[in-house]
Design a protein around this ligand. Structure first.
Ligand code: CO
Length: 134
């Protein structure tokens, strides 16, 4: 059911400093930061030959990554995103198998303008999973 790895997201406290590490130390192609108010994060996209890395910095008071950074003060891997052909069919199949979808269960428009859903990390080996409509 799952397809390509769309991105790996890394939560950071300082997106400018983290961008510089990827740009200078690791020699990657790094975008300018983009504030996504409705998701409570600023995001930087790093384009690799086979996938993307996203750096996420908290934006606003109740950012969904604020608690993660309290527990992981150096930052860390926050989620991985897999592509699916049909996000509603994927959700229905997962719910039927007992997996928990976060939030209302209805897909929201994600950072790339496509519908996304998040799956509970306790059901997937401690890893928060994002599904994105391909
Ligand atoms: Co993501």
């Amino acid at each position: 059911m799952i397809g390509r790895l769309n991105h790996v997201a890394i939560a950071v406290r300082d997106i400018a400093a983290a961008s510089e590490v990827y740009r200078s130390t690791l020699g990657a192609q790094v975008s300018a930061p983009e504030p996504l108010a409705e998701h409570g994060v600023s995001v930087v996209f790093i384009t690799l030959p086979n996938t993307k890395i996203e750096l996420l910095e908290p934006l606003g008071e109740d950012s969904p990554i604020a608690r993660f950074l309290e527990k992981n003060p150096d930052g860390g891997m926050h989620h991985i995103c897999y592509e699916v052909d049909d996000i509603e069919a994927a959700r229905d199949r997962l719910v039927k198998s007992g997996a928990r979808v976060l939030g209302s269960g209805e897909p929201k428009i994600g950072a790339h303008g496509k519908p996304v859903l998040f799956l509970h990390p306790k059901d997937f080996n401690g890893t928060l999973i994002e599904l994105e409509q391909a």
